[in-house]
Design a protein around this ligand. Structure first.
Ligand code: GLN
Ligand code: ZN
Length: 752
């Protein structure tokens, strides 16, 4: 039997790629130096896979920023204004990722969206009538040749045409306009790869695991029939992941694909479909090693699946690209008991090998060692906590009085101006701040020195916010490394990796903590800092918490209890924090649910039953017991919740802020149509790019919002936290936001 992976993390064990790209952005290294680093990382990965005994090794899974953006460059989907820039190809590429502001004009970045149900983000190609598919990029060919020179014939990986067209956004055009051009372009890639000596191509089509409409189905067939007819000698692997392909399975097994890659982990129906029928002329790439979790594979269960599948031509695969897990356990300092249960990307390669050996060569010893791990419960159960959750009543999930009554009470209480201004929580995390936290962690400075430093930062941030005239202030989150890890560190049941970085978008990586056991708050978490900040100003300072669903979604969750149970444990912990903040005089409390949308099942039919039915109540549990005067805010990243607006309203927060600027405020129409009740702060500028919005730009945005939402319900804020931004651009941007708001207020006054 053969082993392979769908893709491997590209950021580097020490995040070398991240640092190199960031240096490049700051003109500290040149393009040559950056390409050298990239080349070295690719070489390392290929050799690593080779040495781990992986039989079929992918290429083109590397990316400087994002694989969808790579595909757009391969196929000439770059808008004219970017093409025209007097910049190198690489800089044009980064322009679409980050925007451009300079001598040659002002160009916005492409919007960014979550990659299916993961915390990875891709750039959304914008296609219009001027777009023409043509093979103009060379990356996929270059990387194939690069590996070949090292003696490794790889399987190039490319986003398939169906998923590419499904993920793109259209302006005065639609997906079907591009079918013919796309087919020829993909065919040209086939021809070129074949000429370079490739045997296989992997076309990633994760969009197939979603509910397919009849036009989706048509689109897929229209694309693939001609494409496959022209594959020549090249073997085509259709790779899916993040679910099963039940809507189109029986077509897939009849079409002339050479390999089908299916997900046996998240795909609920995959095993049944395959066991029912799988053709002998195809190879099944069975995704049995979970590409998203960090737990050891249960070999016995996996082997049972493989035996039940009972397929002649089998390749053992990961369930999705290993991009979504940290690279290795090698540098981690977990105890051996803990390590025994974990597997990161490198370790998963070993699992593929083990499974191969057990399946083929009946390696009973390997199997026995693995069975031993799953023989008894991994952790001790907190039966009191489990009972507390079992005894929760309906009332525990409902805040009184209803929101409309609270709105009146709170307006009276706070007397904020129309269009109150605020920020999402964090202020720039400068090198200085990160250094101080590091020194404190390493005991190079003591608690008092550290506290003084943070206090000083808070003082300055408050002063500055007061000076520019923000209405509701924040303390700045200087004490936090990360909005989830920070909370995890104060909860029992959590463990933390040292180097377990996972790419989130571009050069941004996150280090998700691991939920190891039952979760409880050990001691108050944010109270002291919030109290301090509020004591330093007469203005309102928001308390700042991360919500239970986001903590769960940005952690690696347990698999021995349900996600619902874990989330409720977290909700009870954060509830105590909310009540403590309130008791300490904090009147506005923001509970971030940045990642709520992230784990929404990919199939609509599962949205409520498998997720929202417990996720939304878990959020309500956190704030259901506060006083009517206390204002609860929440924040969500990305406004892609048009289709779950009633669920968002049912979180029963008083105010919600969210990203809207990169997606053109499209969500506002839906909010209006669906009579959204929560007060809203649709982000008025994009913080994911260093661009400074002008006053007139922000004014235009606020006016656009005013056309859709009643002015009494609008807040003005950036679209996310500012921790990743520089100080200078942050200040300039916020000053413009305040000025724009003032002018709009004036304009409203005059209009009345
Ligand atoms: N309060 C957090 C911050 O400002 C929210 C971050 C987020 O939404 N990702 O950093
Ligand atoms: Zn956000």
């Amino acid at each position: 039997m053969t082993t392979t992976v769908i893709g491997f993390p590209r950021i580097g064990e020490k995040r070398e790629l991240k640092f190199a790209i960031e240096k490049y952005f700051k003109y500290k290294i040149n393009q040559d130096e950056l390409t050298q680093t990239a080349r070295k990382l690719r070489k390392n990965n290929w050799q690593l896979l080779y040495q781990a005994g992986i039989d079929e090794i992918p290429s083109n899974d590397f990316s400087y920023y994002d694989q969808v953006l790579d595909t757009a460059f391969l196929f000439n989907l770059v808008p004219e204004n970017v093409q025209k820039l007097q910049l190198s190809d690489l800089d044009k590429y980064f322009t679409l990722a980050r925007g451009y502001q300079g001598k040659q004009g002002n160009i916005l970045a492409w919007p960014m969206k979550k990659w299916f149900n993961t915390n990875y983000h891709y750039l959304v190609p914008q296609l219009d009538q001027k777009t023409h598919f043509k093979v103009t990029g060379t990356k996929i060919f270059n990387e194939f040749n690069e590996a070949k020179k090292l003696g490794i014939t790889t399987r190039p990986v490319l986003i398939g045409p169906f998923t590419l067209l499904k993920l793109s956004e259209y302006h005065n055009s639609e997906a079907s306009d591009f079918i013919d051009e796309a087919i020829s372009a993909y065919q040209e890639v086939f021809t070129k790869l074949t000429a370079s000596g490739a045997y296989w191509i992997q076309l990633d089509e994760p969009s197939l695991v979603k509910d397919l409409s009849s036009s989706d189905y048509q689109l897929f067939i229209q694309l693939y029939k001609p494409l496959l007819a022209a594959k020549g000698g090249l073997k085509v692997l259709l790779q899916t992941y993040f679910g099963d392909v039940r809507d189109i399975y029986y077509d897939l097994i009849q079409l002339p694909f050479d390999g089908l890659g299916l997900d046996f982990v998240e795909g609920k129906e995959t095993l049944n479909l395959v066991a029912n029928s799988f053709p002998n002329d195809k190879i099944l790439f069975a995704g049995v090693v979970n590409g998203k979790n960090i737990w050891k594979n249960n070999y016995e269960k996996t082997l049972a699946k493989l035996h039940k599948a009972n397929v002649e031509n089998l390749v053992i695969n990961t369930s999705c690209s290993l991009l979504h897990v940290p690279i290795t356990l090698e540098h981690e300092r977990f105890s051996s008991d803990i390590k025994a249960h974990l597997a990161f990307a490198k370790e998963k390669l070993g699992e593929l090998e083990d499974l191969d050996n057990i399946y083929e060569k009946q390696d009973q010893k390997k199997l026995a060692i693995n069975q031993e791990l799953f023989f008894r419960p991994r952790v001790k159960r907190d039966s009191k906590l489990h009972a507390q959750i079992a005894n929760l009543k309906a009332d525990d999930f409902v805040r009184q009085p209803v929101r409309s009554a609270r709105e009146i009470i709170q307006k009276e209480e706070f007397k904020l101006p129309l269009l109150p201004t605020t920020t999402i929580g964090s202020f720039p995390q400068t090198k200085e701040i990160r250094n101080i936290r590091k020194q404190f962690r390493r005991h190079e400075i003591d608690q008092e020195q550290y506290n003084n430093f943070i206090k000083n930062k808070i003082d300055k941030a408050l002063k500055w916010q007061e000076n520019i005239g923000l209405d509701v202030l924040v303390h700045g989150e200087f004490e936090r490394n990360d909005m989830v890890e920070y909370f995890g560190q104060h909860l029992s049941g959590y463990i933390f990796s040292k180097k377990g970085w996972v790419q989130s978008y571009g050069t941004r990586c996150v280090k998700p903590p691991i939920i190891w056991g039952d979760v409880k708050r050990i001691h108050p978490i944010t109270i002291e800092w919030s109290k301090y900040a509020q004591s330093q100003t007469k203005k309102l300072v928001k308390g700042m918490l991360t919500g239970p669903v986001t903590i769960l979604n940005w952690s690696f969750p347990r698999e021995d209890i349900s996600l619902r149970e874990s989330t409720l444990q977290l909700a009870l912990a954060i509830q105590r924090e909310v009540l403590d903040l309130e008791a300490n005089g904090i009147k506005i409390i923001q509970i971030d649910e940045a990642a709520l949308r992230e784990k929404l099942p990919l199939r609509k039919s599962d949205w409520y039953s498998e997720y929202l039915n417990w996720a939304i109540p878990a959020f309500r549990l956190v704030h259901s017991k506060v006083k009517p005067q206390t204002q609860i805010h929440t924040h969500m990243c990305y406004s892609e919740f048009t289709d779950i607006i009633p669920a968002i309203d049912a979180m029963d927060a008083d105010v919600i802020s969210f990203e809207a600027s990169r997606s053109n405020l499209k969500i506002l129409d839906s909010l209006k149509k669906q009579h959204f009740e929560t007060e809203v702060g649709p982000g008025v500028y994009d913080i994911h790019s260093p661009r400074i919005p002008s006053i007139s730009e922000v004014k235009a945005t606020i006016n656009q919002i005013l056309r859709k939402i009643d002015s009494s319900k609008i807040w003005v804020n950036p679209d996310c936290g500012l921790k990743t931004r520089g100080v200078k651009e942050t200040k300039a941007s916020l000053i413009n936001v305040i000025e724009a708001t003032r002018e709009v207020r004036q304009q409203l006054k005059e209009g009345n």
